[in-house]
Each structure stands twice: as structure tokens, then as C-alpha cells.
Design a protein around this ligand. Structure first.
Ligand code: DAT
Ligand code: MG
Length: 175
């Protein structure tokens, strides 16, 4: 059948450039490396990560001994930099392509030409400062994209959405 199998597998993946990446001015280098995948960016923003968002993002690791350090790290508390750049990339086999170019979780084990291998480090406390997060499966990508972005912040309709009427909503406007 035409257009089936590996070449027709359009996926989305959530990418986070973590606070160490921003603090070290690595954003451009990381985006250049990611552009080698030929995927397209369908959403991007800079986020100040709340404790709640950090814990929800890493909820699957909450029983790990490094969980607390991890949520501190993603909030930028280790880098005096409370910013994360969040992006959604889309394209053929996006998840695998981005994971490959990101490199292994442990930056010391990552291929030196991968993003984590080139720019990551392990701190003396044992925190993996691996500069980038990338979704590892379609279900994880969907959960993470919905956690980090609203439907309006993504330029294509990825998942079912609904209109909700909200009363007495206060929004911040320029003074
Ligand atoms: P990945 O980020 O490669 O998907 P993961 O989801 O298993 O890896 O873990 C999330 C983050 O937790 C990872 O980027 C770094 C940290 N981490 C994982 N295993 C660790 C370990 N053994 N020691 C310290 N930090 C770890
Ligand atoms: Mg993971």
C-alpha cells in the first residue's frame, strides 16, 4: 500500500531547552543541530516553569531519588535562570529523529556529536544537566504537548479541542 510504513509516520514531539542551555547561550547551537532533522517547528515559547508544571512534567519519575533535584533543575533554580524554551517539532518519525540527535540521557554516555554529548555535564551532586528534553514515545509526546501548550499556541490542529466559555477571566494587558 502506498504511503505506509516508516516514511508515512508523521509525529509530533515536545522539546525543552533546559535552563542550562539558555544560561550558556546554547539556544542557537541546539536549534541548528535540531534543524538537521528537517522537521518543522509548529509551536515555540519561553516559559518560567512553576513547581507544579515541573512536577507534572516529571511525574513518572516521582519515586526516583533524584526527583527533587530534577524539578529544581527544570525550574532553573540551579542556574539563576528561570527560563525554559519549549517547542513542538513535527514530521516523519519526529520522536526517534530528535531522540537520536539529542543523545543518551547520561551526557557522559551520549555520543559526543549529539546535543547532550556536546553540551551536557553531570554535576558533583549527580544531576544530569543534559540541556534538552525530548519526548520518548507518541503517548508521552501527546501528554507533554498538552501539558506545555494550549491549542491556540500550536499552528496546526493536533488533538481534539473544545470551546469553553469562561466568565470573569482577568487577562494581563499592556498598560
Ligand atoms: P530522558 O530525558 O532521556 O527521556 P528520563 O525520562 O528517564 O530520560 O529521565 C528524565 C531526566 O531525569 C533525564 O533527562 C535526566 C534525569 N535522570 C534520569 N536518570 C537519571 C539518573 N540515573 N541520575 C540522575 N538523573 C537522572
Ligand atoms: Mg524521558
Amino acid at each position: 500500500m502506498p504511503n505506509q510504513g516508516k516514511s508515512g509516520n508523521i509525529e509530533q514531539t515536545l522539546i525543552l531547552i533546559k535552563p542550562d542551555g539558555l544560561k550558556k547561550s546554547l539556544t542557537g547551537n541546539i536549534l541548528s543541530k535540531l534543524s538537521e532533522t528537517k522537521l518543522i517547528i509548529i509551536a515555540s515559547k519561553v516559559v518560567c516553569v512553576s513547581p507544579d508544571l515541573a512536577e507534572k512534567h516529571y511525574t513518572h519519575l516521582k519515586d526516583k531519588p533524584f526527583f527533587q533535584e530534577l524539578v529544581e533543575y527544570i525550574q532553573g533554580n540551579h542556574h539563576d535562570c528561570k527560563r525554559v524554551m519549549a517547542l513542538v517539532y513535527q514530521g516523519d518519525n519526529a520522536i526517534e529523529k530528535v531522540r537520536k540527535i539529542s543523545g543518551a540521557t547520561n551526557p557522559e554516555e551520549a555520543d559526543p556529536t549529539s546535543i547532550r554529548g556536546a553540551y551536557g555535564r553531570i554535576t558533583t551532586k549527580g544531576v544530569y544537566e543534559n540541556v534538552i528534553h525530548a519526548s520518548s514515545s507518541p503517548s508521552e509526546a501527546e501528554r507533554e504537548i498538552k501539558l506545555w501548550f494550549t491549542p491556540e499556541e500550536i499552528v496546526s490542529d493536533l488533538y481534539p479541542s473544545k470551546m469553553v466559555a469562561r466568565e470573569k477571566v482577568e487577562v494581563l494587558e499592556w498598560a
